[in-house]
Design a protein around this ligand. Structure first.
Ligand code: GDP
Ligand code: MN
Length: 385
């Protein structure tokens, strides 16, 4: 899960890394009070207004603006809030005190899949697009593998300090940033933490001026962070969430046929069968082994609301699950949702198949299929009718 800068920075701060004084924009906030607070000890007045998006390259796209006069603030906020950066709508704003930047350093920790280890990356070309540095001047990036627990040894810290030519008076605080970044990476099960730029100010402070954090999708840390900051990811499809709550494996696609299948392999095969019959699925859905009425009902409910759906193909193989139980689940679900108007094709094969067919034959809503390919064909025909 990817997190926007304002959350990544709070996590850095919790770990003990210095971040600029900042405020998150809200509609109700007093902009004047915010301005006074963030400019109170600056030698030259001004603040930085930063678009909150998940994509990189935001500064280049105009999403990071220096505002010198308070009278320009409102207009800048409105402009940035209305922006779309690389197809991403700006989700909010972060206001920050102006830093007096002496140097900009790039530092990150990412999972290196080849080495099966986290690696720390460091470059003196901070603030720039690191991919460009990597391809044009790779020697300007230092990469160092970490131990599994993301520990940095003292010799490693010394090498990092030497490579970045950190001035004597900043060495301790720089080493601290490295150590704490590694701790954060480990504690939150990250696949990436990045500070670009890590700024050395004219006053000799080390401050994280920008931050990025991505957690591993297989870890629960992403959910915990989202809950802590009441964050709703724009990447998360609300239907995915609903499906996850109903314990369904649901993936939205862009076709026309709703699919309800037990078992991921059969679900893939069903999608192929539909494609061969001339239409594509509107979703991938594995209802799993249980297929109880609640699940069947929730699954059909989600499918029926998926944009673009024209017909539904239910393809069940009764191995452990009994076909008659699924059939009963379908009948009960239909009782709960008399509003469902989509044509439904059902193919049931395996344990108690005959009983299941008998049950469903009573109901005109269900079009029974003789086989998987027959069912796919019927569902496609009905979707075009
Ligand atoms: P990005 O373009 O999305 O990576 O946004 P950054 O927060 O990294 O800002 C882009 C650049 O703005 C930095 O690399 C700095 O060179 C420049 N900048 C100048 N003054 C400031 C300041 O006070 N704060 C921050 N954050 N950036 C500044
Ligand atoms: Mn940046």
């Amino acid at each position: 899960m990817r997190f926007p800068e304002y959350i990544a920075k709070q996590l850095l701060a919790q770990q003990g890394i210095t971040i600029p004084r900042s405020r998150v924009y809200s509609q109700e906030m007093d902009l004047h009070e915010m301005w006074s607070d963030l400019t109170k000890d600056g030698t030259q007045p001004g603040i930085i207004v930063k678009a909150q998006v998940l994509t990189g390259g935001r500064g280049k796209a105009g999403g990071v603006k220096l505002v010198r006069n308070e009278s320009d603030l409102k207009a800048t906020c409105d402009t940035i809030l209305a922006m779309t950066i690389k197809k991403e709508k700006v989700m909010g704003l972060l206001f920050e005190e102006l830093l007096q930047i002496d140097r900009e350093i790039y530092i990150s920790i990412a999972l290196d899949r080849k080495q099966h280890k986290p690696i720390i990356m460091l470059s003196c070309d901070g603030g720039m697009d690191i991919e460009t540095v990597a391809s044009n001047t790779p020697e300007r990036i230092m990469k160092m593998p970490l131990t599994e627990a993301s520990c940095l040894r003292n010799w490693q810290l010394r090498e990092l300090i030497a490579f970045a030519q950190i001035p004597q008076e900043c060495k301790d605080s720089f080493a601290n940033v490295c150590r704490k970044l590694a701790l954060l990476f480990h504690a939150k099960n990250c696949s990436l933490v990045e500070i670009n730029p890590l700024v050395i100010t004219k006053q000799g402070q080390i401050i994280a001026a920008d931050a990025k954090l991505v957690t591993d999708d297989n870890a629960t840390s992403g959910k915990d962070i989202a809950a802590e900051f009441a964050y709703m990811s724009p990447e998360e499809d609300p239907m995915d969430k609903e499906a996850a709550q109903a314990k369904l494996n649901f993936v939205r696609l862009d076709g026309t046929i709703g699919c309800m299948v037990n078992g991921a392999g059969l679900a893939m095969a069903t999608m192929d069968a539909l494609l061969m019959s001339g239409a594509s699925p509107v979703n991938f859905l594995d209802i799993g082994g249980g297929a109880k009425v609640e699940q069947v009902s929730a699954a059909l409910d989600i499918i029926s609301r998926t944009p673009g759906v024209k017909s539904v193909f239910i393809n069940i193989f009764g191995g452990i699950v009994r076909c008659d139980m699924v059939a009963q689940g379908l009948l009960d679900a239909l009782k709960l949702h008399p509003e469902w108007s989509l044509p439904i094709v059902v193919r049931l094969a395996g344990t108690n198949e005959t009983e299941a067919r008998k049950l469903l034959a009573q109901h005109p809503k269900f079009n029974l299929a003789a086989s998987m390919s027959d069912g796919a064909k019927k569902a496609v025909e009905l979707s075009k009718a």
